[in-house]
Design a protein around this ligand. Structure first.
Ligand SMILES: Nc1ncnc2c1ncn2[C@@H]1O[C@H](COP(=O)(O)OP(=O)(O)OP(=O)(O)O)[C@@H](O)[C@H]1O
Length: 441
C-alpha cells in the first residue's frame, strides 16, 4: 500500500471541531479545541498523545458516537447526524457480549443492519476465518484468551466491511507478544489488494506502535486537546523497529510529546493548576528516574533508557514531565540532562533533599504553590480538601482531579510543605511552611 495521500479521496473530514463536556457548576470542560483533520483513502493514521489529550473523544466523534460542540464531521462529504455509517470500531476493552457466542457476537452489527440470517451466517464465518478464529465459533468470550477476544473484536468490525476501521488502543490490553502478533496480522490483511477497508485510524499512546502501523502520525497536545503536529512515516512494510530510520521517527515523536504543552512550569503569573496540571507520579518514582540519569553521567537518551528498563518509551513521559517541571532535568529532543539542582537533590542528605524539593515544588509546581498560598492565607493553616477539589473540577474530570490531588499531597508531604489529615479531610500547613508564613505575616 502506497504511503502517498496526494489526490486520495477523503473518507472522513473533521472540520474545526471542538468538544466540551459539562463540568462542575456551570463550567464547561473543553476536551478538544479547533481540531481539523482528514482521513484519506489508502492510509493508516495514528492519533498519538498523552493520556487526556482527547484521542478517544476525537475517535468517537469521527465514529459519530458523540457530536462535536462546534464544527462538523463529514463522511464522504456528508455531515454526520448520528452514527457514522462507514466505520467499524475496535475497542481496547474488546466490548464483547459475554452471553453471546463468538459467532453471535460477530453477527451483531449485521443484525443491526437488517441483514438476513443466511447471509449473516456466511459473512460472520468468513470474518471469523479471516481473523484466525475457526473452530471457536460456538465458544463464549470467557473461554477465550485476551488475544482471541480481541480477534473477535476485529472480526465484529471487519464483518461490516467498513470503509474505515477505527481502533481505540486495540492492543494495549494484550501482552507484548500477542499484541505484536495481532498488529502484524492486521497489517498483512491491510496489504491484501482485495481488503475492503480503505483506511485505518488508530488511537494510541504508544510511540513505537504508531510508527509500526501508520503512514501518518497525528500528534495531539492536551489542555485542551489540539493537533500539535503531523509526522509522515515513509518506511517500507514490514517495519523494522531496530532500523535507524525507525528510531529517528521515534525520537522525533518523542521530542514532540515531551515538547512541553506548558507542562514545564515557570514562575510566571500565567501558569496555574488548571493550565499546568501536575504529572501523576510519586516522589519515589521521580527519585528513581533522577538516580538513573545520574548513573548515566547526567545525560541519557530517553527511548534508549526506556528500552534498557523494558518500558515502552511513553511510560517514562509523566516522570520526565515531573522532573522537568521541578527543574531536576532538562530535555532537548529525546535527550535528558540532569540539572545542577537535580544533581544536588539526588546527592544531598535527606534533610537537604527535602528542602530542595520543597523550594522547587513551591516555585514550579502550580498546584503545590496554590495549596501552600491558600493554606498560608487561611485562618489556622488548614483547609478542607473539597476546597481544592472544587477548584480542580473547573478544569478536570473527577478522575483527573483525584490524581492531581494525590500527586500534590505526595509532593507536599515529602517537602514537608503541608500534610493531609484523613480524619478531618483537611490539608494542613507543614511546620516549616507555617513558621515561614508566621515570619512573613
Ligand atoms: N463523557 C465525558 N464527560 C466528561 N469528561 C469526559 C468525557 N469523556 C472524556 N472526558 C474527559 O476528556 C478528557 C480527554 O479524554 P479522552 O479519553 O478523550 O483522552 P485520551 O487522550 O483518549 O486519554 P486516555 O489515553 O487516558 O484514554 C479527559 O479529561 C476525560 O476525563
Amino acid at each position: 500500500m502506497s504511503t502517498t495521500i496526494n489526490n486520495r479521496a477523503a473518507i472522513v473530514e473533521v472540520d474545526h471541531i471542538s468538544k466540551s463536556f459539562p463540568g462542575k457548576g456551570n463550567v464547561e470542560l473543553t476536551v478538544l479545541d479547533d481540531v481539523t483533520f482528514t482521513l484519506h483513502e489508502g492510509e493508516v493514521v495514528a492519533l498519538l498523545g498523552k493520556s487526556g489529550s482527547g484521542k478517544s473523544t476525537l475517535l468517537r466523534t469521527i465514529a459519530g458516537l458523540i457530536a462535536p460542540t462546534t464544527g462538523e464531521v463529514r463522511y464522504r462529504g456528508k455531515q454526520l447526524r448520528g452514527a457514522n455509517p462507514g466505520v467499524g470500531m475496535v475497542f481496547q476493552s474488546f466490548a464483547l457480549m459475554p452471553w453471546l457466542t463468538v459467532q453471535a457476537n460477530v453477527e451483531l452489527g449485521l443484525r443491526a443492519q437488517g441483514v438476513g440470517e443466511d447471509e449473516r451466517r456466511r459473512r460472520a464465518l468468513e470474518a471469523i476465518d479471516l481473523i484466525g478464529l475457526d473452530g471457536f465459533e460456538s465458544a463464549y468470550p470467557k473461554e477465550l484468551s485476551g488475544g482471541m477476544r480481541q480477534r473477535v473484536g476485529f472480526a465484529r468490525a471487519l464483518v461490516l466491511q467498513p470503509d474505515a476501521l477505527l481502533m481505540d488502543e486495540p492492543f494495549s490490553a494484550l501482552d507484548v507478544l500477542t499484541a505484536e502478533n495481532l498488529r502484524n496480522e492486521l497489517m498483512s490483511l491491510w496489504a491484501q489488494p482485495d481488503f475492503p477497508t480503505k483506511a485505518i485510524c488508530v488511537v494510541t499512546h504508544n510511540i513505537e506502535e504508531a510508527v509500526l502501523l501508520a503512514d501518518r502520525v497525528v500528534v495531539l497536545g492536551a489542555n485542551p486537546g489540539h493537533i500539535k503536529a503531523e509526522v509522515p512515516v515513509h518506511l517500507p512494510r514490514p517495519r523494522d523497529r531496530r532500523s535507524p530510520s525507525f528510531d529517528q521517527i521515534v525520537q522525533q515523536l518523542y521530542s514532540l510529546l515531551t515538547g512541553q504543552d506548558g507542562v514545564a512550569a515557570t514562575t510566571t503569573a500565567q501558569t496555574g493548576p488548571l493550565t499546568h496540571p501536575l504529572p501523576s507520579v510519586s516522589v519515589g518514582g521521580l527519585a528513581g528516574l533522577v538516580e538513573i540519569v545520574y548513573a548515566h553521567n547526567g545525560q541519557t537518551d530517553l527511548p534508549d533508557l526506556a528500552d534498557e528498563l523494558s518500558f515502552e518509551v511513553d511510560d517514562l513521559l509523566p516522570l520526565v514531565d515531573a522532573a522537568v517541571m521541578l527543574g531536576f532535568l532538562d530535555v532537548e529532543g529525546a535527550q535528558a540532562f540532569l540539572t545542577d539542582t537535580g544533581r544536588e537533590w539526588f546527592t544531598a542528605d535527606i534533610l537537604r533533599s527535602k528542602e530542595i524539593f520543597a523550594v522547587q515544588a513551591r516555585e514550579r509546581a502550580p498546584l503545590v504553590r496554590t495549596i501552600v498560598h491558600a493554606l498560608e492565607n487561611s485562618d489556622n493553616g488548614a483547609l478542607r480538601d473539597d476546597f481544592f477539589r472544587d477548584l480542580l473540577r473547573r478544569g478536570f474530570s473527577a478522575e483527573d482531579t483525584e490524581r492531581q490531588l494525590d500527586s500534590a499531597i505526595d509532593w507536599g508531604r515529602y517537602g514537608e510543605l503541608f500534610d493531609y489529615d484523613a480524619d478531618s479531610r483537611e490539608l494542613v500547613l507543614g511546620d516549616v511552611a507555617a513558621a515561614a508564613a508566621a515570619l512573613l505575616n
